[in-house]
Write a protein that binds this ligand. Structure first.
Ligand code: FO1
Length: 326
């Protein structure tokens, strides 16, 4: 996509989102890409602010992410955690030594009164990340996971309890009082934004917190830019993480079409992207009024990430200016 075609705003959470964000950062000039990250997974741990989805995107674009786990840094050492364990400290949430530096520096800056937007920008610049990486908001929003055994904080559900409890629903504490990060709203309302990409992230705990921020859904519906989402479900499975398990527990079909419906029912999308494995669902999704691209959405290599990014941008251009309901 050339500059003339304007800017891309990508919404990303978790590992799947970061892969496509990397692809977009490789096919777009840095000034044409803004990546907004979910911050409802953030939490205060050992007196430090941990921002997993911001860090996954930052590390991925900086080329230092741990490809095996999808979180934290590569070439990690664990002296801090070993020493903490000897002291009887909490080690269920694994903080590597290099990763720890990020949490210490972010916490120091936040305590000095810097916004999360400003801190993220400083850390990204220090790591050589040129694309604009943004928190969805500078205000506190925390996902609370409703389960058959009661409510859990997100990281307790996801890491401590390994996504084992059956989910009954989610709520995003603080979201009604939170304001979308200024640059996020600006990118949504800017007419230079040529396409909005919802990355293949968990719809419930990575994308919905961003959409729940006051004004965001309306801005999606009113944006002149087409909104394209990539299914995080391929062949009835999530590539990584608990999205498929959550859909089963929420009594939803575990299909790409069900994900399309989850966004479509709020009139948020102009196009949807499914993997070849789900080509049979494309007709059903199109019948529901959503132009659908069938392609390879499983990103193993860097070339996969770049190809999918290019196809997303071309698909967006091919979709007529969205005829949005007022
Ligand atoms: N996920 C785990 O499953 N186990 C961990 O020990 C763990 C540590 C961790 C440390 C820093 C960080 O930024 C992310 C970390 N994650 C870990 C992932 C984290 O739970 C994220 O919330 C998920 O990636 C979902 O977005």
């Amino acid at each position: 996509m050339s500059e003339a075609a304007g800017r891309c705003l990508a919404l990303s959470g978790g590992v799947g989102g970061a892969k496509l964000a990397l692809g977009l950062s490789r096919v777009l000039p840095p000034e044409a890409l803004t990546i907004v990250c979910n911050t409802a997974d953030d939490f205060d741990h050992l007196g430090l602010r941990v921002c997993p989805d911001l860090d996954t995107v930052m590390y991925t674009l900086a080329g230092v992410s741990n490809r095996v786990t999808g979180w934290g840094q590569a070439h990690e050492t664990w002296s801090f955690l070993e020493a903490l364990s000897q002291l009887g400290g909490e080690t269920w949430f694994r903080l590597g030594d290099r990763d720890l530096a990020t949490h210490v520096e972010r916490t120091r800056r936040l305590r000095n009164g810097e916004s999360l937007t400003a801190v993220t920008d400083a850390l990204c610049r220090a790591l050589g990340v040129e694309a604009k990486v943004l928190p969805m908001t500078d205000d506190p929003v925390r996902t609370v996971v409703g389960t058959s055994g009661g409510e859990l904080s997100f990281q307790h559900y996801f890491v401590r309890d390994r996504c084992a409890p059956a989910v009954t629903g989610f709520r995003f504490e603080g979201v009604d009082a939170a304001r979308p990060a200024p640059d996020f709203l600006a990118a949504l309302e800017e007419d230079a934004t040529a396409v909005i990409v919802v990355c293949p992230s968990n719809p419930f705990v990575s994308v919905d917190p961003m959409l729940a921020l006051p004004g965001v859904e309306a801005a999606f519906r009113n944006s002149p830019a087409p909104v394209i989402a990539v299914s995080p479900i391929v062949g009835g499975q999530a590539i990584k993480g608990p999205a498929a398990k959550m859909m089963e527990e929420l009594q939803m079909p575990v299909t790409a079409a069900a994900v399309a419906r989850h966004y479509r029912e709020r009139d948020l999308l102009d196009g949807f992207v499914v993997d070849h494995a789900d080509a049979g669902e494309a007709a059903e999704i199109e019948r529901e009024g959503l132009p659908t691209l069938v392609t390879g959405t499983v990103m193993e290599s860097l070339a996969d990430r770049e190809r999918l990014a290019r196809e997303m941008l071309d698909f967006a251009r091919s979709i007529a200016a969205p005829d949005r309901r007022p």
